[in-house]
Design a protein around this ligand. Structure first.
Ligand SMILES: Cc1cc2nc3c(=O)[nH]c(=O)nc-3n(C[C@H](O)[C@H](O)[C@H](O)COP(=O)(O)OP(=O)(O)OC[C@H]3O[C@@H](n4cnc5c(N)ncnc54)[C@H](O)[C@@H]3O)c2cc1C
Length: 394
């Protein structure tokens, strides 16, 4: 590996990789095939990962975690994603939740929420932004108070009363900590009128709806949830009132999460192909001896390695460069999405019929890779956001 990882980072990634291969790989296909998406949440595996310290990897050391930085998180996610993406993405979600509370929370909130998160091996969290009528609108900066999420918060003394509905949100049905994006100033534009609230998953007035039946990432389930006069104390506002988008920026722009998911999964597909081309005989020789297959394998690896190198560059920039332009994190997502699509096209050619047969793990990897290309916003919208910074210096 070319990026100068520390010995500690490499040891953590090895530990994660070992856990994924030992505990997750043998059971992932069976869980993925369960017909009811409610049955696909890997509770037992999250609990086991927690006992190894993986769930709390990003919690600051003074609060009992490993204090993992952006590079460490991306490295562990990339490594784990080569084996199975759903379980490691559940854990990465835990890293995001704990980072948000550690960076944006008050001392009292850390005492209440971060401590609870660390002590409970089954505790996961959820970010709730998307609503039935507002998906991309929440991620694109456009003027107009009528645009964007409508889950409302109305002040009543020391409490805020929340009403509304969210959908497509990850891990919500199992989350003990909900970070809910709420419109607290309906007359302001979305970015100036939204507040993040910390809400308990079993808070009175919170009703969990259906779990979505997804094509891939089935071990990382998404769901609907409804808020009916949910009363939240003002002390549970995460960040400042009407500045919920600052919390969002902390979580998403300081991360290479989706690039790590895509490159990890693509590496997993490459590894499978790399073995297959040596084992499969056609024309009297292993198919790797055919120049067409050599060319496709080289092209697949080139795309993956370029995306990986750019991902490590993003991590370095986030950690070391105060002027780092968030345009690059957007490129990391979009470029790795495009690399993912190209990887699938090449793999289905190299593997022929077996690429889509359910009796090998690559079929699931292909479904998984196709499932989350719109994560944190579609590519078209993400590039539209990048276009808003064309004149900003690098
Ligand atoms: C696996 C998975 C995990 C997810 N996890 C979460 C989560 O944890 N929390 C959460 O809040 N959400 C989550 N989501 C939701 C996700 O963020 C949205 O699906 C995504 O933002 C796109 O919104 P949409 O699906 O409503 O698409 P739409 O908004 O309907 O977009 C459809 C098309 O219209 C285009 N478009 C829309 N608006 C504009 C515009 N103004 N200008 C130009 N083009 C536009 C888009 O680019 C896209 O091409 C998840 C979704 C999935 C499937």
């Amino acid at each position: 590996m070319q990026y100068p990882f520390t010995d500690e980072q490499l040891a953590l990634a090895d530990m994660v990789g070992d856990f994924m291969e030992r505990e997750v790989a043998p059971v992932a296909a069976e869980i993925d095939r369960r017909p009811d998406p409610k049955d696909c949440y890997p509770a037992e595996l999250i609990n086991k990962a927690s006992k190894l310290g993986i769930r709390t990897l990003a919690v600051p050391e003074e609060w009992g975690g490993a204090g993992a930085d952006t590079t460490t998180k991306a490295l562990c996610l990339w490594r784990g994603g080569q084996t199975e993406i759903g379980v490691i993405k559940c854990l990465s979600q835990c890293w995001k939740i704990s980072t948000a509370i550690a960076k944006r929370g008050t001392e009292a909130q850390k005492e209440k929420w971060l401590k609870m998160f660390v002590e409970d091996d089954d505790c996961v969290g959820s970010f709730l932004m998307t609503e039935p009528d507002y998906g991309s609108d929440n991620l694109y900066r456009q003027p107009g108070a009528h645009l964007g999420l409508k889950t409302s918060g109305v002040q009543d003394g020391d409490y805020w009363v929340i009403n509304g509905a969210k959908r497509f949100t990850s891990l919500t049905s199992w989350a003990k900590i909900l970070i809910v994006f709420v419109r607290t100033d309906p007359k302001a534009d979305l970015q100036q009128g939204t507040t993040c609230f910390l809400v308990s998953g079993d808070q009175e007035g919170v009703t969990h709806g259906r779990v979505h039946d997804k094509m891939g990432y089935r071990l990382y389930p998404n769901a609907e949830v409804f808020f009916d006069n949910v009363r939240i104390h003002k002390d549970d506002i995460l960040g400042e009132l009407n500045r919920g988008y600052h919390v969002q920026a902390t979580i998403f722009r300081g991360s290479a999460e989706l690039a790590a998911c895509n490159t990890g999964l693509a590496r997993g597909i490459f590894n499978f192909c790399n073995q297959h081309v040596k084992d499969r005989i056609q024309g009297g020789v292993p198919i790797i001896e055919h120049p067409t297959v050599q060319h496709m394998m080289a092209e697949m690896l080139m795309n993956i390695e370029v995306a990986e190198q750019f991902m490590w560059r993003i991590c370095w920039g986030v950690e070391n460069d105060e002027t780092f332009n968030s345009r690059f994190t957007r490129y990391g997502k979009v470029f790795s999405d495009q690399m993912a699509l190209k990887t699938i096209a090449l793999a289905t050619d190299i593997l022929g019929g077996i690429g889509i047969m359910k009796d090998n793990p690559v079929e699931k990897m292909i479904r998984d890779l196709l499932t989350f290309l719109h994560g944190d916003g579609t590519d078209s919208l993400t590039l539209l956001r990048a276009a808003q910074t064309l004149d900003e210096p690098v």
